[in-house]
Design a protein around this ligand. Structure first.
Ligand SMILES: *[C@@H]1O[C@H](CO)[C@@H](O)[C@H](O)[C@H]1NC(C)=O
Ligand SMILES: *[C@@H]1O[C@H](CO)[C@@H](O)[C@H](O)[C@H]1NC(C)=O
Ligand SMILES: *[C@@H]1O[C@H](CO)[C@@H](O)[C@H](O)[C@H]1NC(C)=O
Ligand SMILES: *[C@@H]1O[C@H](CO)[C@@H](O)[C@H](O)[C@H]1NC(C)=O
Ligand SMILES: *[C@@H]1O[C@H](CO)[C@@H](O)[C@H](O)[C@H]1NC(C)=O
Ligand SMILES: *[C@@H]1O[C@H](CO)[C@@H](O)[C@H](O)[C@H]1NC(C)=O
Length: 509
């Protein structure tokens, strides 16, 4: 009797240990917030630089022009949104106020707004809207893309170090409150402008939802102004809980470190500094900090033309050039914010539109060719607690975002194998780590089995995996069997998705 109780206890203990081993992996160090994870999934969206510079040919206007300068001859924000949606872009971010300080919405914080110009005056007389931010938000909603705003912290219009003889004696000659030693509180003005934007409603009264607020780090004057990042963040959080706040190093998303549409092959989603700390260098931002203290993934702001604002004489990048950019950003776990500036008519130029469409066609033709289906045969070096249903390798090809292949907690390297069932001409891979539970993987290799039954590495330099990695092969291989090896991880690796890109045969390649 006593012996039996002991036995039973031992069996219960054994069962209990299996049950605990089957628990989902614990989060590893920093993990993304819900808003950060949703934001990361947007991957590609547009930046629209529009304002007085569009009409003066400047990049950093000196706040010398009066609002009459803003005079688009055929403004159509629907054209922007429709085109971007058709080109597969997930949202658009508009410069509500650039460094020159002129506001594109009907703000009550300054007279320096387009609403005070002759374009707006004429429109009001015919009952048309003059609030370009609100118009753009309405168009984004109409075409099903997300909307965000750029509000420049640096404001030349208020900066005493930037003389503005062109505005002297006009109603636009406003108090010079920018700078810690200037009279007045610029942070308070900024918070007021931010508040107007984050509480803005469409003409029909429905609130505008923002997916990102872009707070530029650029400044071209020596005026020292300490920004109240905490205060800015609180205003955004209170009114737009789903909006990611972008800044040089956060708080929600960081600069990629350059404005050229690329990042280093290794990219960590974490860093160890906040917006209030000394700024990282470009290369430090490109890389990030492995196991850093804050989840602050990067976004690459890049341009379809040379400048941020439209200049007629600048060439537009080809679809192929944009595709190359995409591979070096989205293909390396970094969101791509591509600037497509409206021209002086207030429309996206035909050549830019054509290049965006070609870019979309190339993305589709290159990436929308997954040959993996959820029913394919898989195997792996091991499975977490032997629980095939929850953590087996088939979980990496089921097309779901909430499932992944996993091993036991003490295993940091291992492999999964995929039988394609028939020979394919394979030329690329998309792999994703389950970043909802942190970034763990620091090295991976992908092997393809050749005709003789030997695995050969076709991707051998994989480092950080993170949210998404796209590896395209220089030379396609014929294979029916693929193996993904995790060669380095700081905690048990969680592979959420493995796609194999290819076609049935290599004929015509
Ligand atoms: C602009 O805002 C003011 C209030 O600040 C309002 O009185 C005015 O009607 C608005 N103008 C337009 C054209 O929406
Ligand atoms: C410009 O805007 C200010 C403040 O909104 C207003 O008081 C002023 O009358 C406007 N001026 C013109 C010329 O419309
Ligand atoms: C920053 O803003 C917050 C919230 O508005 C405020 O409580 C705080 O005093 C401000 N900090 C500074 C240094 O101005
Ligand atoms: C790619 O093109 C195919 C065939 O035209 C289409 O079915 C698919 O929806 C496209 N995919 C994307 C992401 O646009
Ligand atoms: C890996 O990197 C080395 C050195 O940079 C390079 O020569 C090699 O081609 C790379 N291999 C692959 C499969 O990309
Ligand atoms: C190879 O692919 C091409 C184009 O998809 C197709 O026309 C051809 O029939 C295929 N050949 C074989 C042997 O499957």
């Amino acid at each position: 009797m006593k012996y039996n109780t002991c036995m039973r206890a031992a069996i219960w203990l054994w069962l209990f240990s299996i049950a605990t081993a089957q628990d989902a992996p614990a989060p590893y160090l920093q993990v993304p917030s819900h808003r950060q994870l949703e934001w990361q999934k947007q991957e590609l969206y547009a930046f629209l630089h529009f304002g007085p510079n569009t009409f003066t040919g400047e990049e950093w206007g000196r706040s010398q022009s009066r609002p009459d300068i803003f005079n688009p001859t055929g403004l159509d924000t629907d054209q922007w949104a429709k085109l971007l949606a058709e080109a597969g872009m997930k949202g658009m971010i508009l410069t509500a106020k650039h460094h020159d300080g002129m506001c594109l919405w009907n703000t009550s914080t300054t007279a320096y707004k387009i609403g005070n110009g002759s374009w707006a005056t004429k429109r009001v007389q015919t009952g048309l809207d003059i609030d370009v931010v609100r118009m753009a938000a309405a168009s984004a909603k109409k075409y099903g893309i997300k909307f965000g705003v750029y509000l420049s912290p640096w404001d030349i219009h208020r900066d005493p170090a930037m003389p503005k003889p062109g505005l002297k004696g006009t109603i636009y000659d406003e108090p010079q409150i920018f700078g810690d030693s200037s009279p007045g509180d610029y942070n308070a003005l900024y918070v007021e402008q931010l508040t107007e934007l984050v509480t803005m409603k469409l003409a029909d009264g429905t609130p505008i939802e923002l997916f990102e607020v872009w707070l530029d780090g650029a400044s071209g004057s020596d005026t020292v102004q300490t920004f109240n990042w905490t205060g800015f963040r609180d205003v955004i959080r209170q009114h737009q809980p789903n909006a990611v706040m972008w800044g040089h190093q956060g708080p929600d998303a960081r600069w990629v470190g350059n404005e050229d549409g690329f990042t280093l092959p290794t990219n960590w989603h974490t860093i160890s500094r906040t917006q209030d700390d000394v700024h990282y260098s470009g290369e430090e931002l490109e890389l990030g900090v492995r196991d850093g203290r804050y989840w602050t993934p990067s976004e690459s702001d890049a341009r379809i033309r040379d400048g941020w604002f439209y200049h007629a004489d600048e060439p537009s990048k080809s679809g192929a050039a944009l595709m190359d950019m995409y591979m070096k950003t989205v293909g390396r776990s970094v969101n791509l914010l591509l600037d497509v500036p409206p021209d002086p008519r207030g429309l996206i130029a035909d050549i830019d539109a054509a290049n965006l469409k070609e870019f979309a066609r190339l993305r589709n033709a290159t990436l929308d060719r997954n040959v993996v289906t959820p029913d394919l045969k898989t195997s792996s070096s091991s499975v977490r607690a032997g629980d095939m249903d929850s953590y087996g390798p088939s979980r990496a090809i089921d097309g779901r975002e909430d499932t992944y292949w996993a091993m036991d907690d003490d295993e940091s390297t291992g492999w999964i194998e995929l039988d394609l069932d028939t020979v394919y001409c394979v030329d690329g891979f998309i792999v994703q780590e389950h970043v909802a539970l942190g970034q763990r993987i620091g090295g991976y290799t992908i092997d393809a089995m050749d005709n003789g039954g030997t695995y050969r590495a076709v991707v051998s330099n994989g480092t950080s995996m993170g949210y998404k990695r796209i590896d395209l092969l220089d030379k396609a291989v014929e294979t029916s069997q693929i193996r993904l090896r995790i060669t380095r991880a700081n905690a048990v690796p969680l592979v959420q998705n493995l796609q194999v890109l290819g076609s049935r045969n290599c004929t015509g390649r």
